[in-house]
Design a protein around this ligand. Structure first.
Ligand SMILES: Cc1ncc(COP(=O)(O)O)c(C=O)c1O
Length: 399
């Protein structure tokens, strides 16, 4: 372009952060994995213990789930090539929505093609001009983006600060509103106080939406999620979730009252103007629900693995926050220190995910670890040995 114009691409040409980190040999993203996502896997010819997957129930390579997925391709083909609204609804989409509604003890359910789209669609469709959305500051990006789309007023409260939320609700008394929170916070693995939020929702006549992407299929006695774990499932007005974690593929859903779901079904733009979930994914989720209902002990197993690691990391002296879910953060501090720690963990056979700003506050970079029902005690103990060695080298722990 000639010098007379401001180029919209200029920001891309100026963006050199990845190149700088690559030049230091510390670039941790887009690492190609080879083979099934399992508890231990091959990466670049080496075997690594996988502590970076959201495959909580370990179902991505479950033989029954894979067979059901293959059968769906044989019967329905590879894709629907259209929106649910038009030509993209298969009988198994309806079966899945019915199964999920029953599983979650809600009147109705609507599936979306990703969890991100479920939040974008549900929140932007419900939160219109004149409405108020109350957001926890640490909510997932899809909630924040969904809130921006619908023209509702958006008010954020400090992470899990119910006193501040009460104060804000008092100021907006009488206005139609929706409190929105993650059930399990995706980075810290800590939980929303859903009972406390439901109390406030009731007192101020607003509704409560819980995005339980990391909770459904991992939390609660039957896997219904964080609210089940806290004994208040029926107090959540709308549950949003994903199939990209415990349900071993991709997709999302919203579940709640039949009239609300019907409204979303006919108005949510991310559903109407986007192609529907492919048959293999629909069948994978139905099969995952079969397995979860048959083998609820998978829930105990994933928490057992997380507990073993949490206790081990805490005994070693790492700063691991307050996680109650099968996600454990290991706080490091500065972004580059986090990359260095990640690299040494990786080179010593443990795959983790480095999380830096803006996903977390600047200076609060962490390694995010997550657990699977298929992690054995031996794998966790071997990972802890590596944490000990590498943590000492990086002065994150004493000894
Ligand atoms: C809390 C939360 N909500 C929504 C999503 C989006 O889910 P999906 O991967 O299905 O788009 C995620 C995924 O990371 C998440 O952690």
């Amino acid at each position: 372009m000639t010098g007379d114009f401001m180029d919209i691409f200029q920001k891309c040409f100026d963006y050199d952060r990845p190149e700088k980190v690559k030049a230091m040999g510390l670039y941790p993203y887009f690492v190609p994995l080879q083979g099934h996502v399992g508890a231990e896997m091959e990466i670049g010819g080496h075997s690594l213990i996988m502590l970076g997957s959201n495959n909580y129930l370990g179902l991505t390579d479950n033989p029954y789930v894979m067979e059901k997925s293959r059968e769906a391709i044989t019967k329905y083909g590879t894709g629907c090539t259209g929106s649910r609204f038009m030509n993209g609804t298969l009988d198994i989409h309806l079966e899945l929505e019915d199964r999920l509604a029953k599983f979650l003890k809600k009147e109705a359910c609507l599936t979306f093609s990703t969890g991100f789209q479920a939040n974008l669609g549900a929140i932007s469709t419900l939160g219109q001009r004149g409405d108020i959305l109350y957001l926890d500051r640490e909510n997932h990006a899809s909630i924040i983006d969904g809130s921006r789309l619908g023209y509702a007023k958006v008010v954020k409260f400090k992470h899990k600060d119910l006193d501040q939320l009460r104060h804000i609700l008092e100021k907006n008394k009488g206005e139609p509103g929706l409190i929105i929170t993650d059930g399990v916070f995706s980075m810290g693995g800590d939980l929303a106080d859903i009972n406390g939020l439901a109390d406030l929702a009731e007192e101020f006549g607003v509704r409560l939406l819980v995005d339980d992407a990391h909770g459904v299929g991992s939390m609660g006695a039957t896997g219904m999620g964080t609210a089940e774990f806290q004994g208040c499932h029926s107090r959540v007005d709308l549950t949003v979730g994903t199939f990209s974690k415990s349900f071993a593929c991709i997709g999302g859903f919203a579940a709640g009252d039949a009239k609300v779901i019907s409204y979303l079904r006919h108005n949510a733009r991310t559903n109407i103007f986007s192609a529907s979930l492919p048959p293999a994914s629909v069948a994978t989720v139905i099969a995952s629900l079969d397995v979860l209902e048959r083998e609820p002990e998978l829930l105990t197993k994933v928490h057992r693995a997380a507990k073993r690691c949490r206790e081990g990391l805490s005994d070693l002296g790492f700063n691991i926050g307050h996680s109650e879910a099968p996600i454990i953060p290991i706080y490091v501090g500065e972004d580059l220190d986090c990359f260095r720690f990640w690299k040494d963990m990786f080179d010593n056979g443990v795959f983790t995910n480095p999380v830096i700003s803006p996903a977390v506050e600047p200076g609060a970079a962490m390694l995010r670890t997550s657990f699977m029902a298929s992690h054995t005690d031996d794998m966790i103990d071997r990972a802890l040995d590596v944490f000990k060695k590498v943590g000492r080298k990086h002065d994150l722990i004493g000894g």
